[in-house]
Ligand binder design. Structure first.
Ligand SMILES: [Zn+2]
Length: 247
C-alpha cells in the first residue's frame, strides 16, 4: 500500500510539472513592469532587470529621511520608510495599479515578502516589531474592491517576518472619497477623524508596523497616527510600498 501511495505521489508530481510547463507555453508569465516573458525560476512577477532597476528609496537606511520628517509630530514614531519611488508616468506604477485596481492580491503579498527580505537584509528596520497593522479601508470601499490592498502587503510582511498581523484593531469610520484631486489642505481636512482604534487593549504597549500602499502627502497615515496616539505606550514604525517622487 505504501509503495502504491509513493508511486501515485511521484506520478502526480510529474503530471503537475507537465501541466505547469504546458500552461507556461499557452499562458507565459510576464513581467508586471516591462511585460517581457519571465523565464528564471525566481522570476514570478518581475524580471531580473526590472527588479534590479526598481527605483528604491533606501529610506530604511536613513533615520532622518524625508518621509520620517513628514510623519505627524507628537506621535510615538520609531522609524518610517517607503520601498520605492512612485510616479504615475513610470512603468513601475503598474505594480501599484495591479495591486489596487486589478484585483491582484497575490502581488501585494509577494511585494510584502520582498520588502521584508530586502529591508531586513541590510538594516535593523524591523527590530522590535510586535504586530503588523494595515491601514484599513472603509467597509463600503473594501466591499466594493473586495479586499484591502494594504492588508495584502501586511500579510506578506507578517509571513516573512514571522510577526502576527492585527487587521481589525484600527477601523475607518469615515468613507473619505478619493483624495487624488484634492490639495494638501483639503486632504488633511477630509481625513480628520477618519480612523478609530476599536481595540486599544490589543495594541497597548506594542511596537506596531503600520502598513499602507502609497505615501503621497502623508494625510492618510497621519490621520491613522492621530487615532493611534491615544493607545497607551504604543510605538509605531511606518512602512509603505511606495512614495510619490517629488522631483
Ligand atoms: Zn521587466
Amino acid at each position: 500500500m505504501r509503495i502504491l501511495f509513493s508511486y501515485l505521489n511521484d506520478l502526480f508530481a510529474v503530471l503537475r510539472r507537465w501541466l505547469s510547463a504546458l500552461l507556461g507555453i499557452v499562458f507565459p508569465r510576464c513581467c508586471t513592469v516591462c511585460r517581457c516573458v519571465l523565464g528564471g525560476d525566481n522570476e514570478t512577477y518581475l524580471c531580473a532587470d526590472c527588479l534590479r532597476e526598481l527605483p528604491r528609496t533606501r529610506f530604511h537606511r536613513r533615520r532622518d529621511n524625508p518621509m520620517r520628517k513628514s510623519v505627524e509630530s507628537g506621535a510615538p514614531v520609531v522609524k518610517a520608510a517607503a520601498f520605492y519611488y512612485y510616479s504615475a508616468e513610470s512603468p513601475y506604477a503598474e505594480l501599484v495599479r495591479q495591486l489596487k485596481y486589478q484585483g491582484e492580491q497575490w502581488l501585494g503579498i509577494a511585494l510584502g515578502k520582498l520588502i521584508a527580505a530586502e529591508l531586513s537584509a541590510d538594516s535593523d528596520f524591523f527590530m522590535g516589531i510586535d504586530l503588523v497593522v494595515p491601514v484599513p479601508l472603509h467597509p463600503i470601499r473594501k466591499r466594493r474592491r473586495g479586499y484591502n490592498q494594504s492588508e495584502c502587503l501586511a500579510k506578506g510582511l507578517s509571513e516573512r517576518l514571522n510577526v502576527p498581523m492585527e487587521r481589525d484593531a484600527v477601523i475607518r469610520v469615515r468613507n473619505t472619497e478619493t483624495q487624488t484631486s484634492k490639495t494638501r489642505e483639503q486632504r488633511f481636512i477630509n481625513m480628520l477623524d477618519a480612523f478609530r482604534v476599536s481595540q486599544p487593549a490589543r495594541l497597548a504597549g506594542k511596537h506596531i508596523l503600520l502598513v499602507d500602499d502609497v505615501w503621497t502627502t502623508g494625510s492618510t497615515v497621519n490621520a491613522c497616527m492621530r487615532a493611534l496616539r491615544s493607545v497607551e505606550r504604543i510605538s509605531i514604525t511606518v512602512l509603505t510600498l511606495a512614495c510619490a517622487r517629488r522631483d
